[in-house]
Design a protein around this ligand. Structure first.
Ligand SMILES: Cc1cc2nc3c(=O)[nH]c(=O)nc-3n(C[C@H](O)[C@H](O)[C@H](O)COP(=O)(O)O)c2cc1C
Length: 211
């Protein structure tokens, strides 16, 4: 096994350190966040930090990098109050990755990629067409992470739109049925495949498969 200490990390140049530290916490969720500006310009960008925060009330959060450069997603969701979270599928990965490039706020990433906006229920905020799980989210709060100037955005899940074929009877969604991908590090995209699913774990009883 390789041993890498905090001292080694501090001596590394930027890219190898970024790569390494972004991999060590494991696979991350892969989402496209859709927003619209007050001028009506659509924005879409890839985020790997969207996480479940709680189900009652239904909340999610994501980490926003320091606002030392313009962050269109942040500006739009603060001004409009809403954004969408869209699972990335295998077919979308190159376009999804491309949304991380820093286009001017007047340019829509939807015009620079094959990703298509989808407008549902007369909402102004764009979803990503073909994404098997699409969430309408409302900005609730934010917390500054003092240690690195990142921002933890907290949002409520207002509406879930999801492909019927993902659902099991108990509302558990089997994401591999939708070819949903996961992010490996900063720029790697993986296609996870379900290995098993288990009944509720109880002390001293072996876990049993539900499948
Ligand atoms: C795989 C991947 C994951 C990313 N995850 C995040 C993230 O969690 N938070 C973040 O602030 N930026 C993240 N980014 C960078 C944003 O996609 C990038 O800053 C983008 O330009 C933001 O667009 P915006 O300025 O339109 O909001 C990620 C980029 C890549 C390639």
């Amino acid at each position: 096994m390789k041993k890498i200490t905090k001292k080694h990390l501090s001596q590394m140049s930027k890219v190898p350190r970024l790569n390494l530290v972004n991999c060590v916490t494991g696979y991350k969720s892969a989402n496209l966040i859709g927003t619209v500006s007050t001028e009506g310009i659509l924005n879409v960008a890839v985020f790997s930090s969207v996480t479940h925060l709680g189900s009652e009330p239904p909340l999610l959060g994501f980490i926003l990098r320091p606002t030392t450069v313009p962050r269109d997603t942040y500006k739009n969701l603060k001004e409009m109050g809403y954004f969408t979270v869209n699972h990335i599928t295998e077919e979308m990965i190159a376009d999804a990755h491309h949304t991380s490039s820093s286009y001017d706020e007047h340019i829509s990433e939807f015009d620079k990629t094959n990703l298509e906006p989808e407008f549902i229920d007369n909402l102004k905020v764009p979803f990503v067409k073909g994404s098997p799980v699409q969430l309408l989210c409302k900005y609730v709060n934010e917390y500054k992470i003092e240690e690195n100037d990142c921002i933890h955005i907290i949002a409520s899940i207002e509406t879930i739109y999801a492909d019927e074929k993902l659902f099991h009877e108990d509302n558990w969604m089997q994401l591999d049925r939708g070819n949903v991908i996961a992010i490996n590090g900063l720029d790697g995209y993986a296609v996870p495949k379900l290995a098993d699913r288990f009944h509720y774990a109880r002390p001293d009883k072996p876990s049993t498969s539900m499948l």
